[in-house]
Design a binder for this molecule. Structure first.
Ligand code: NAG
Ligand code: NAG
Ligand code: NAG
Ligand code: NAG
Length: 535
């Protein structure tokens, strides 16, 4: 046996590939393996991707990357060795300099409702951190970054996306700043739109409109990822999510959460699973989130509604001037919560069960900037085949005890703000169905308890939170050290202390009031729900 291993390792060659942004453009990267140092090569087009095939080594040899200056003096050396553990044979994955764990295993949550995820895309994989590099005109980019509130600024960029298995370049993507309140901060979110998105033949693995979410309001940068993990486990359509470190013209831009934006390609590929490729076959899609969007009927005409509340993204067949959406709100207005046929009534209009699951997660995760509490951050899609509305949640950074809210002991009935409280106009889809109708309330409580028993609890979520923590800690550490002092907006004052405090600890004691961090929040909310819901 030993002889065999020896024989195979003697004849093997290994190709090493690492992404490295050297301290100086004249510097070179090398790999140290079996006591020897071998220089890696790069190309003019992709000067940060380094490769070399080394003879006479095997995948069982540990290795490490180093950086030399032009006088062959070593100026950097990876702190940690890389122990491949037989995970590749003749070529390393695309490694990243200074990060020895190219993959970190992430536990899977139990799939407790039907999995509605699309076919996995090569781009989204939360076991790894991808690198995105943008080549831009420096003056154009600077102009955009200095004017984050100007929504008209969109620049061209040439992009290269590198993850462990893939190197993909696209020229002439459209780059802009995205978000609303986050535009006030030094670290802004970005939007990337690939050219020729529609119809088929899209250049980025069917995910052509992406956001790089800065997480400027979330010191853990993890809340949205966790929220999507939970949505996936309970069978709600959600944007795919991946970690990325971004560079612009060779300089660090920051650590982001890359998410697909909810636009036509999302509906085609995620909801219709690629069976629809022509926009004309889509149903109606409405976006809500810029102002409180309570789904309250105010009249039969589009002009009866403020223009920024319900935004038509796609007008499906037979829909114009919001007629289909207004009809839904009218039905909601006419519905009496004492109706004994409520389930049948709503099952003809709404994907009722998935709406209830989305609301269960909204309440459990305490998403205080989402539909239930604020009327924000959701879409409604009228599926053209079933003719049912689908509730699609989006934007989850204000969740999991963000800003120390809500109190874990808050009953779900109080998650709807009271009439008359600051600007609140009501939430009939929640109050009439979930709170007041007996049959639907029973369905909702059953769902909340099922999710709490199997997914939203300490046992299931702590290992996942720990894996994400391990995965991103050194990326966050890199991010918080980036100098953003030349940018407008409120300073990005962060440290690793904020990161760990906001993730929080497994506190043994708690007796009402506020908790600090994602972990204790999950634990105490699950305990609260188990002790109080359905009793
Ligand atoms: C990365 O480095 C750490 C610390 O030296 C080590 O424990 C770990 O096994 C290394 N991981 C890999 C994949 O080599
Ligand atoms: C992007 O690539 C095109 C070639 O496809 C080139 O003409 C252009 O100069 C590049 N832009 C930048 C900013 O590098
Ligand atoms: C999309 O469908 C419309 C209506 O059927 C048709 O006119 C159009 O050519 C189609 N577009 C593509 C790109 O197939
Ligand atoms: C910073 C920023 O652009 N905020 C805007 C968010 O959206 C509201 C409503 O459209 C605007 O009033 C804010 O100026």
């Amino acid at each position: 046996m030993g002889l065999l291993v020896l024989a195979s390792s003697v004849v093997a060659d290994v190709k090493y590939t690492v992404v490295a942004f050297t301290k100086n453009p004249a510097n070179r990267v090398a790999v140290q393996v079996k006591g020897n140092t071998h220089y890696l090569q790069t190309t003019k087009d992709l000067p940060y991707i380094w490769t070399a095939t080394v003879r006479g080594v095997s995948s069982s040899n540990s290795y490490r990357y180093v950086e030399f200056d032009r006088k062959n003096k070593m100026v950097d050396r990876e702190k940690d060795k890389r122990y491949p553990k037989g995970s590749f044979k003749t070529a390393t994955p695309n490694d990243f300099f200074g990060r020895n764990e190219t993959f970190i295993a992430v536990p899977k949550l139990e799939q407790i409702y039907k999995d509605v995820r699309p076919k996995p895309s090569k781009v989204f994989d939360n076991r790894q951190v991808a690198t995105i590099h943008f080549n831009v005109d420096p003056a154009e980019f600077d102009h955009m970054m200095q004017n984050p509130r100007d929504r008209e600024i969109k620049i061209k960029a040439n992009l290269t996306f590198v993850n462990a298995d893939l190197i993909h370049s696209s020229d002439n993507v459209r780059l802009s700043i995205s978000g609303n309140s986050s535009r006030k901060r030094q670290k802004v979110s970005l939007k990337v739109k690939f050219p020729k998105t529609l119809p088929k033949g899209d250049p980025f693995f069917d995910r052509p409109i992406l956001k790089l979410r800065a997480g400027a309001a979330d010191p853990t940068v993890m809340r949205e990822m966790l929220y999507v993990d939970v949505l996936n486990a309970v069978g709600i359509h959600a944007s795919e999510t991946s970690w990325v470190r971004a560079y612009v013209n060779g300089k660090p831009q920051g650590f982001f959460l890359m998410m697909e934006d909810i636009e036509e390609p999302f509906v085609m590929n995620t909801i219709h699973r690629g069976t629809v490729t022509n926009v004309t076959e889509l149903g109606s899609l409405y976006q809500m989130g810029k102002a409180e969007a309570p789904m309250i009927y105010q009249g039969p005409n589009a002009k009866d509604y403020k223009s920024n509340v319900y935004e038509t993204k796609v007008a499906g067949p037979g829909d114009k001037d919001m007629v289909k959406w207004i009809a839904f709100m009218k039905d909601l207005q006419d519905f009496k919560s004492s109706d004994r046929d409520a389930v049948a009534f709503w099952s003809k209009r709404l994907e009722l069960d998935s709406f209830l699951r989305a609301m269960a997660v909204d309440y459990l995760a305490g998403a205080w900037d989402s539909f239930w509490a604020r009327g924000h951050n959701y879409f409604m899609y009228l599926h053209p085949q079933t003719n049912l509305w689908q509730f699609l949640p989006s934007d989850f950074d204000h969740s999991f005890n963000d800003d120390k809210r809500p109190n874990p002991d808050l009953p779900y009935r109080e998650w709807t703000p009271k009439q008359g409280s600051q600007g609140f106009t009501g939430r009939p889809l929640v109050t009439k169905l979930i709170i007041e109708n007996k049959a639907i309330n029973k369905m909702f409580e059953t769902i909340v308890l099922r999710i709490t028993d199997r997914v939203f609890n300490r046992e299931a979520l702590y290992p996942l939170i720990d894996a994400h923590t391990k995965r991103i800690a050194n990326e966050v550490d890199w991010d918080v050290k980036i100098d953003r002092s030349h940018l407008p907006g409120s300073p990005f004052k962060r440290s690793m202390k904020h990161f760990y405090v906001d993730i929080g600890e497994d506190t043994p004691k708690y007796s009402g009031g506020q908790v600090l961090g994602i972990k204790p929040y999950v634990k105490w909310r699950a305990n609260y729900v188990r002790a109080n819901v359905g009793k």
